[in-house]
Design a binder for this molecule. Structure first.
Ligand SMILES: [Fe+2]
Ligand SMILES: [Fe+2]
Length: 342
């Protein structure tokens, strides 16, 4: 990450050299120092030792070139959602991906009218999708992901605003919801690198987004429990679709190409030498299983009025013997809990 920032900084500084006075960027140990002709200096934290001469057009305002330096430090690589990938120390092979416990047949039986509405709505939405895309699975995946990336962002936004409005902690949902939206967008970016939707599909995507975003937003305001249950069922259907996609690869109807975009290899930590389209589909399907389980869990928490994840998560961490570092990562340190105690 740091190396890529330094690389980007050097690139930007080279580009701005013609328009600036003599400046120098010195990166020493834990600081980056900008030195201009007027002897102005500024520092920012960093990690490596590199030296490069360059000219900076505006060092007096925390900028490199015309980009605020803090923006460069927050351009993080997107993180995967599954713990197997986050914890992997070596590139993942097909065998690894096939052996993850994702239970592709897991189904949450609808209980009550709210669940039944969510279930029937998803089943009805599937019909026109099947009719339109038939066996064009990559094109179908593009459409699916443009829709799937909406709920996490809507739910995260609504809960963020509610936290601000009610002056209360959210209970630990927002980060995951936004992360889910990012994960779905990474699915979309991956499929877009493999396939290009035609004009009709692009038009359909625009219309569907306009309708789906507003409908889901209204549903989330009216009944977040139904909304999360609906996403849980949408994810169950996504798993069915990606399983059919895998079957088409396995029976030779879709070529199992090894031309996999770097974006996908880096994101899921796939083995660059052996990764194929099948591995990507396995990884995406595993992500959908995470979304299925988390959204059904969120709906259950709303059903039982136990929205606050922090107390239960703290107990789980305690019982499982996970380290203090994990507590801190989840915002579950003693101080954090005390601070937000109602
Ligand atoms: Fe997805
Ligand atoms: Fe999903």
């Amino acid at each position: 990450m740091f190396r890529s920032i330094v690389h980007n900084c050097s690139f930007l500084l080279r580009r701005s050299s013609a328009a600036s006075l003599h400046s120098q960027i010195l990166i020493r140990g834990s600081s980056i120092r900008f030195i201009s002709d007027s002897k102005q200096t500024q520092t920012a934290s960093a990690g490596n030792t590199t030296t490069s001469s360059a000219k900076n057009s505006d060092t007096s305002n925390n900028r490199i070139g015309n980009i605020p330096i803090d923006l460069l430090y927050t351009m993080n690589d997107p993180k995967p959602v599954r713990h197997e990938i986050l914890e992997s120390t070596k590139p993942l092979t097909t065998n690894d991906l096939e052996n993850w416990d994702i239970d592709i047949n897991r189904h949450r039986e609808p209980v009550g009218w709210s669940d039944k509405i969510a279930f029937v709505t998803v089943k009805l939405l599937r019909k026109p999708t099947d009719w339109f895309f038939k066996k064009k699975y990559i094109h179908r995946a593009v459409m699916l992901e443009t829709v799937a990336a909406v709920p996490g962002m809507v739910a995260g936004t609504v809960r963020h605003l509610r936290s601000l409005r009610k002056l209360k902690h959210d209970g630990g949902w927002i980060d995951h919801l936004l992360h889910e939206a990012e994960n779905e967008r990474m699915h979309l970016m991956t499929w877009m690198a493999i396939s290009r939707p035609n004009l009709w599909e692009r038009a359909l995507i625009a219309v569907v987004q306009g309708v789906f975003y507003n409908c889901f937003f209204a549903l989330y305001l009216a009944s977040p429990k139904t909304a999360h249950r609906m996403v849980g069922y949408l994810e169950e259907e996504a798993i069915v679709s990606y399983t059919s996609f895998l079957n088409e690869i396995d029976n030779g109807h879709i070529e199992n190409t090894n031309k996999i975009p770097d974006l996908a290899i880096d994101y899921w930590n796939l083995d660059r030498n052996t990764a194929t389209l099948r591995d990507v589909v396995l990884a995406v399907r595993a992500d959908e299983a995470t979304h299925r389980d988390t959204n059904h869990h969120f709906a259950d928490r709303l059903l039982f009025r136990q929205e606050d994840l922090r107390k239960d998560a703290k107990q789980v961490f305690k019982e499982s013997g996970l380290s203090n570092k994990k507590h801190k990562m989840a915002g579950l340190s003693h101080a954090a809990t005390e601070k937000w105690k109602e």
